[in-house]
Write a protein that binds this ligand. Structure first.
Ligand SMILES: C[S@@+](CC[C@H](N)C(=O)[O-])C[C@H]1O[C@@H](n2cnc3c(N)ncnc32)[C@H](O)[C@@H]1O
Length: 214
């Protein structure tokens, strides 16, 4: 393993804004760090957490948690938050599949799924973060009326998610197949993640789906 990565893995769990799903009382610790809030917004598969950090800057009265299974990426997220002076965001090293074991008293009123791995092969469809098995997890950790946002460059994932929304009879709020061709985008919609910038540089169209689970 490269020395830089090893250093990150050894260091990351000592940061005050980083929490580990495997630790005891993780929800209690997270909640204490986030001013004892009951309501949060989550970024799933956050990588370096561009959405969590920029949303936290736009909305200083709200609380954000970026979640990723890769601890080295959470190291980057934590350092970026610190450099931006963000205090209302925390980062959780966790598998998304396990979130219902963690969030018992805190509920998400908003979820951002930002440029997830698209798993284009039919055989790996169950790994897509908008597969019904993940929606079941989201239902357990969200407040009534919670909004789910998916940003992707991937046409297959976009069309697949639209079909899940229809089949599961969820409420579609916005479907943009070419987000930046639309007018009047909100400041939230215009946040660009590391992966989004790479896709834009390759000339790909960015897509956004917004829906609620009830
Ligand atoms: C393509 S990257 C996108 C990173 C970031 N959202 C961005 O837009 O720059 C996908 C991220 O999702 C994380 N991820 C994928 N599946 C996951 C899972 N089941 N649980 C937690 N994190 C996951 C990966 O570790 C990776 O950091």
């Amino acid at each position: 393993m490269p020395r830089r990565k090893l250093k990150k893995l050894l260091e990351v769990r000592t940061f005050e804004n980083v929490f580990d799903a495997k630790a005891e009382n993780v929800e209690e610790e997270l909640r204490r760090y986030l001013n004892n809030t009951e309501r949060v917004a989550l970024e799933l598969g956050c990588g370096q957490a561009d959405y969590s950090i920029n949303l936290a800057l736009l909305r200083p009265d709200k609380y954000f948690i970026g979640i990723d299974r890769k601890a080295a990426r959470i190291w980057n997220a934590s350092k970026n938050a610190e450099a931006s002076g963000v205090k209302n965001a925390a980062f959780l090293i966790s598998y998304i599949e396990r979130l219902d074991e963690i969030f018992k008293t805190m509920k998400a009123e908003e979820i951002w799924i930002t440029f997830p791995d698209p798993y284009p092969r039919r055989g790996s469809m169950k790994k897509r973060l908008t597969h019904p098995r993940f929606l079941e997890v989201y239902k357990k950790i969200t407040a009534p009326g919670a909004i789910i946002n998916l940003k992707t460059d991937d046409e297959t994932l976009y069309e697949y998610t639209l079909s899940v929304i229809e089949e599961e009879k969820l409420k579609l709020i916005k479907a943009a197949g070419d987000l930046y061709a639309e007018e009047n985008l909100s400041e939230e919609e215009k946040i660009r993640t590391k992966y989004e910038k790479m896709h834009l540089a390759e000339g790909k169209k960015i897509k956004l789906l917004r829906f609620s689970l009830d």
